[in-house]
Design a protein around this ligand. Structure first.
Ligand code: C2E
Ligand code: CA
Ligand code: CA
Ligand code: CA
Length: 287
């Protein structure tokens, strides 16, 4: 057993080493990128499934990199969480998304109001480490104040990993954010230690049902029943549901038929550049 362990160690060491080097390099580059605000936000539409109206955009971060091309968040968010770099990066994302939303409001809120639509909302992803940082609530307040957007136009997307640690700080901060008027969404619902009790315990306004449930809607009666059940319970509690990862018209139709109010996915649009988002707004506001 001893020699097998040794062999294994020898076998894995080179790739581990290479991983560390790549990690180190990525970390240093991340620092520079944060200092220079070298990131970009893309915006994916969230639509009303009954009418097709645009309701919100989810801000999704990208990192344009000299050699690596457009780096997707799955490649650097986890690393930034480990190192704590997610704190300044996340603050930048909040600021930037709030500024962009203020620009959308300035350009298009009157046109939306004329057809009975409320101002566009923006959904921003917040990682557990970022939420736990003592400065987080102030960063949210700052983004709202400097952009001038109504707090109701900002939605924070949290994963269950935040809510699982039911300590006093989490409860206090959630209450403060709720009192501010900011929306709070549970992201990827159904993938982790999902518990509907979160809806009772925290000021949650939105529940996002994970793509893995939406994928099976058409062929699995069980998945269908689950999504329908979650939607009904959420509705009873006054919580809005967003179905994630809708790719096919039949998924949209099933969701609309069961009364799921909102959806997001490639069927409607991929994440858009700010310029493309502005065009999308124009095309989805006027009747
Ligand atoms: P998420 O929050 O669950 O975001 C949804 C992801 O699914 C996005 O990937 C989006 O492009 C993708 N997606 C949307 N519709 C569809 C669809 O119909 N089909 C498929 N196959 N995919 C779809 P993306 O942009 O690569 O982001 C990945 C994850 O990175 C996000 O998952 C989120 O957890 C994290 N992330 C992104 N931006 C931020 C950020 O600013 N801060 C933090 N903390 N995390 C972020
Ligand atoms: Ca999200
Ligand atoms: Ca999600
Ligand atoms: Ca996800």
């Amino acid at each position: 057993a001893k020699s097998a362990g040794k062999r294994q160690w020898c076998h894995y060491q080179p790739s581990l080493q290479a991983g560390l080097v790549a990690r180190h390099e990525l970390n240093e580059n991340l620092d520079t990128a944060i200092a220079e605000s070298a990131f970009r936000l893309y915006y994916q539409p969230i639509v009303d499934l009954a009418t097709g109206a645009l309701v919100a955009f989810e801000a999704l971060v990208r990192w344009p990199h000299d050699r690596r091309g457009m780096v997707l968040p799955d490649e650097f968010i986890a690393l930034a969480e480990e190192s704590g770099q997610i704190v300044p990066l996340g603050a930048w994302v909040l600021e930037r998304a709030a500024q962009e939303t203020a620009a959308w409001h300035a350009a298009g809120s009157a046109a939306r109001a004329a057809v009975g639509l409320p101002p566009l909302r923006v959904n921003v992803n917040v990682s557990a480490r970022q939420f736990r940082d003592p400065g987080f609530v102030d960063v949210v307040r700052g983004a709202i104040r400097s952009s001038g957007i109504p707090p109701q136009s900002l939605v924070l997307e949290l994963t269950e990993s935040v809510l699982m640690r039911r300590d006093d700080r989490v409860h206090t901060d959630m209450r403060t954010l709720g009192d501010l008027g900011v929306g709070i969404a549970i992201d990827d619902f159904g993938t982790g230690y999902s518990s509907l009790s979160y809806l009772r315990e925290f000021p949650i306004s939105i529940l996002k049902i994970d793509k893995s449930f939406i994928d099976g809607l058409g062929h699995s009666q069980q998945q269908y029943a689950l999504v329908e059940g979650i939607t009904r319970i959420a509705d009873t509690l006054g919580v809005q549901v967003i179905a994630e990862g809708i790719e096919h018209p039949d998924q949209r139709d099933l969701l609309a038929a069961m009364g799921c109010p909102l959806g997001q996915g490639y069927l409607f649009a991929r994440p858009l550049t700010p310029e493309q988002a502005r065009t999308f707004i124009e095309e989805h506001t006027l009747p």
